[in-house]
Ligand binder design. Structure first.
Ligand code: ATP
Ligand code: MG
Length: 573
């Protein structure tokens, strides 16, 4: 049978996803009464780009665990860098997290809300003799820092008296010095084996307006100084972050210890990597700025706004996050798994429709001129409660070019000269003639139909081996179909020869545009609606679509490579 259906939903396990080490730590902490039985997490984006599928993992983890343990999850923007941050990013991040289905209620915070408190904390460290104002240039600071194998050396300004440090720090804040002339540093250990502990910079001078605090500040806290204290101020219990912060944990611990303030517990996990995908915000920004894609929400982008426009459901992304689990070691997840989660969800929920991508005209010779009929069609074979609809049938139809072969190879059971096939929800038809143009290209077929086979079955019990889709030429609506493929051709787009840029791995065929012919019921679908074109794929009405100019984005094809791989594996086991 040629009719390709997405894999059935029935085999999806109903059990909870397997536990992971972070959940186990939280359970232990709850049992031992740490943090008075509270669970409070946070998602802390820097508002310097759009969220992507990797962030979704962190969002699902933080909000998901809080939900699971009756805790709270804050949304906090770590907005310490006025040069790269914009309101546009804040708005998009808020929209994306809500779309995923999470809410922080009244707990929307900004690190910039804590600038006064952070300043007070810094003064406290200076008074304790644990921070100093340094006059070295940034190049000198780098030089003095040493390397992994070589200890650093002390700055000549390291032993400034407390009073002088207090005075200089205050004058830094007042704007008496130009950018870069001085910094405030923690006084820890220039010989520490962990480079993060070699007197890290806490404040820099930057005469720049901040999107929230305006011109109030001309010194800004470094991320490493702001992040841990922000967690502490919010009384976060479990501060979950990605592995690259493991080496920063001793520093964060040192700060809260010296300040004698509440100490959250930081736990690191592996970030999500997906094949055929890049997740660096800097590189995604380049794709946008250099016009390789139409914007942050281009449906080929791994951003949540792109995936939303493409037609991904939030449920499928949450399901994916559950299934990939949480680990302590970096790895790369196959994008086929993400697509599998998507198909499973869409298979369950998306209504079916018929549409032809590459039309070939079919004339039913023995069907009366001018007649049309309404054929009844099932909206979703997976869900009878979704009901039925009617599709108009008439003498002239379009079928898919690919569903006809003049010289059918073995095992090709679709339409061919003299052969009978079933039209989905229609009649059996037999091809009686092939019409070509001067160049030899097939331009139309003549067929006959059997009036006894309405709905798809022959009263005499005769069988056909294939069922194909169709639309009535007179009734079909035209739409622009945007067929998306992977944005990169290489599994690891960042695997490059020397001197190569990752953009050389962009897939030149990642977007194909066609005019398609669809059944009329799709005319009234609003932007964002999803449906399945039977035998072709899942589609979503684009946000720029209108009644006069319909645009359908292909979300994903029907072929589920993940399900196949799983089956193959089961066989070998
Ligand atoms: P940047 O390089 O700008 O810091 P970032 O991807 O870390 O980029 P953030 O805004 O700092 O961006 O990320 C917010 C949170 O999302 C952080 O806690 C970060 O650890 C987490 N996160 C970012 N990328 C991933 C990923 N690929 N997988 C899982 N979590 C991620
Ligand atoms: Mg970050």
């Amino acid at each position: 049978m040629v009719f390709v259906m997405a894999i059935s939903e029935n085999n999806k396990s109903q059990t909870a996803p397997p536990s992971h080490f972070i959940r186990n730590i939280i359970i232990e902490d709850l049992e031992s009464g740490k943090y008075d039985g509270r669970v409070q997490t946070r998602f802390p984006p820097e508002p310097n780009g759009y969220l992507h599928i990797g962030h979704a993992k962190a969002i699902c983890l933080n909000f998901g665990l809080a939900e699971e343990f009756d805790g709270l999850c804050n949304l906090r923007f770590d907005d310490t860098n006025p040069l790269k941050e914009e309101q546009e990013y804040i708005d998009s991040i808020i929209e994306d997290i809500h779309w995923l289905g999470f809410d922080w209620k009244d707990r929307l915070y900004f690190a910039s809300d804590y600038f006064d408190q952070l300043y007070e904390y810094a003064v406290k460290l200076i008074k304790k003799g644990e921070a100093y104002v340094d006059d070295l240039t940034s190049d000198q600071i780098r030089e003095y820092r040493g390397t992994l194998t070589k200890p650093g050396k002390n700055s000549p300004y390291r032993d400034r008296p407390v009073q002088e440090n207090l005075d200089l720090f205050e004058r830094m804040r007042k704007g008496e010095f130009p950018d870069g002339l001085k910094v405030l540093r923690a006084k820890i250990d220039m010989a520490a084996s962990n480079i993060n502990m070699r007197d890290p910079v806490m404040y820099r001078i930057l005469h720049a307006a901040h999107h929230r605090t305006g011109d109030k500040w001309c010194i800004y806290p470094m991320y490493d100084w702001a992040h841990g204290q922000s967690d502490s101020i919010e009384r976060i219990t479990h501060s979950l972050c990605t592995l690259e912060f493991e080496d920063h944990r001793p520093l964060y611990d040192w700060f809260v210890e010296q300040l004698e303030i509440y100490a959250p517990r930081q736990i690191e996990f592996a970030r999500l990597n997906l094949n055929y995908t890049i997740m660096s915000k800097r590189k995604l920004l380049r794709l946008v700025k250099e016009g390789y894609v139409s914007g942050w929400d281009d449906p080929r982008m791994p951003t949540l706004s792109g995936m939303r426009r493409r037609g991904y459901t939030p449920e499928s992304i949450r399901d994916f996050s559950d299934r990939i689990g949480v680990a302590k070691a970096n790895s790369t997840v196959d994008i086929a798994l993400l697509e599998h989660c998507l198909r499973e969800d869409l298979n369950r929920r998306a209504p079916r429709a018929m549409g032809v991508m590459n039309p070939l005209k079919v004339i039913i010779d023995n069907y009366p001129d001018g007649k049309s009929e309404e054929m009844e069609a099932v909206n979703n074979p997976e869900d009878p409660s979704m009901g039925t609809r009617t599709i108009p049938f008439s003498k002239v139809l379009y079928i898919e070019k690919d569903d006809f072969r003049e010289d059918p190879p073995r095992k090709y059971f679709r339409l061919a000269p003299g052969r009978e096939v079933r039209l989905r929800y229609g009649y059996f038809i037999t091809c009686v003639d092939v019409v070509k143009d001067e160049s030899g290209e097939i331009i139309k077929l003549h067929c006959t139909y059997d009036p006894e086979t309405k709905g798809g079955n022959a009263p005499d019990g005769r069988k056909v081996k294939a069922t194909i889709h169709w639309v009535s030429a007179e009734h079909a609506i035209k739409a622009e179909a945007r067929l998306y493929d992977r944005l990169f051709t290489k599994e690891n787009p960042e695997d490059l020869e020397e001197g190569e840029d990752f953009t050389i791995n962009l897939n030149p065929n990642s977007l194909e545009m066609l005019t398609c012919y669809a059944e009329p019921s799709l005319r009234d679908m609003s932007p964002g609606s999803r449906f399945q074109f039977e035998r072709i794929g899942y589609f979503c009405v684009d946000k720029d679509s209108s009644k006069d100019n319909l645009i359908f984005n292909r979300i994903v094809t029907l072929r589920d490579t993940w399900a196949r791989m799983e089956k193959a594996q089961q066989k070998t086991n």
